[in-house]
Design a binder for this molecule. Structure first.
Ligand code: FAD
Length: 313
């Protein structure tokens, strides 16, 4: 019975993630606008709306990771606009003294056009962030971009940029090897399960294997001696991390929990109340459709939430 439930959930997840690529559905979603429950996961469309949410979260003791929504940019001009907007965001965060880092996607900066363009663009943002004393996290996208993303991360480190980190996904078979290769650099890593549709030749199809691999990666990353962000809403893995921290004596400045704005808020509050460092990833902007679809795929029951919001319109 449990196996059947898992198979059904896997099928729903695949269907939702396929819908994430549908221009027709995307068009339809944007016609309905942001009111259909999207605000549960997204701070708003504007920078001002993001700043308001970030201020409130800081006041409640949460750290923030600011992300501008958008990915898969196809024109160099658009990518240049994204660089401009990220630098502006960084200056506003610094000017307001917010406890917030920046998170970005390399395909938002032109990685789907050419790797050199994404490198130049992320470089400009990381340099500006460095000047302002801010940290930049490079998100990990589909497996077709893993090599290029890790290469760009290494390049930034080799140029002395210490305010940058990236992400490894536990669903990929390769991630333990990638972490071992990065370990001598004492990397700053966010560890996640993985949010995209990947074929079984590159990613574990079974959730149990992904969960086990995430715990193994957390252990491996603690041993590597860099910084580890454990980004999950999985209570079992969170408790295992807390045990591991105690067992390995990993100090607070070398790790933190990260969660998504709007996902399991009671668990977020509980971890803060227990004294742990919790950073919330807070996205904003008008290109919310692919992000929303990934959040729906993670918990198909969210579909009912959105259906309800649509019904109430
Ligand atoms: C801060 C942060 C940054 C991330 N960055 C990346 C990245 O760069 N690349 C990438 O591929 N993925 C990224 N992810 C997404 C990640 O890969 C997973 O898809 C996502 O976190 C769900 O997995 P989970 O670890 O929470 O475990 P799950 O086993 O999926 O969920 C654990 C529990 O949380 C609940 N839950 C999970 N997601 C939701 C949701 N959307 N709504 C309501 N309840 C939910 C589940 O119902 C379950 O009870 C990021 C996640 C976080 C928290």
């Amino acid at each position: 019975m449990a196996a059947l439930a898992q198979t059904l959930e896997g099928l729903t997840r695949r269907a939702i993630l396929s819908a994430a690529d549908s221009p027709r559905l995307q068009h339809l979603a944007y016609r309905f606008g942001m009111n259909v429950g999207v605000r549960r996961f997204v701070a708003g469309e504007t920078l001002e709306e993001f700043l308001g949410v970030a201020r409130r979260l800081n006041a409640r003791g949460f750290l923030v990771a600011a992300g501008m929504l958008g990915e898969g940019v196809q024109a160099e001009r658009d990518a240049a606009g994204v660089v401009h907007d990220y630098c502006h965001l960084a200056r506003r965060i610094a000017a307001e003294g917010l406890r917030a880092s920046i998170a970005l996607k390399l395909t938002h900066l032109g990685l789907a056009i050419r790797a050199g363009l994404a490198l130049d663009n992320v470089w400009a943002i990381v340099r500006e962030a460095q000047r302002l004393g801010l940290f930049v996290r490079i998100d990990m996208e589909q497996s077709a971009y893993t090599d290029a993303t890790l290469e760009i991360y290494r390049r930034l480190l080799s140029e002395g940029m210490t305010n940058v980190g990236t992400v490894l996904q536990a669903y990929l078979y390769r991630s333990q090897a990638d972490l071992a290769a990065l370990a001598p650099l004492r990397p700053n890593l966010r560890l996640v399960k993985g949010a995209y549709l990947e074929p079984p030749d590159v990613a574990f199809p079974k959730k149990g294997d992904v969960d086990r691999n995430l715990v193994a990666l957390i252990e491996q990353s603690f041993a590597a001696g860099g910084f580890t962000a454990i980004a999950t809403h999985d209570r079992r893995i969170i408790e295992q991390t807390i045990d591991l921290v105690a067992r390995t004596g990993t100090p607070p400045e070398r790790w933190e929990f990260q969660m998504l704005y709007g996902v399991r808020p009671a668990l977020q509050d509980e971890l803060r109340a227990r004294g742990f460092s919790v950073r919330l990833a807070v996205p904003f902007g008008s290109q919310w459709y692919p992000y929303l679809m990934r959040r729906l795929a993670e918990r198909p029951a969210n579909l009912f939430f959105f259906a309800g919001a649509l019904w109430r319109r």
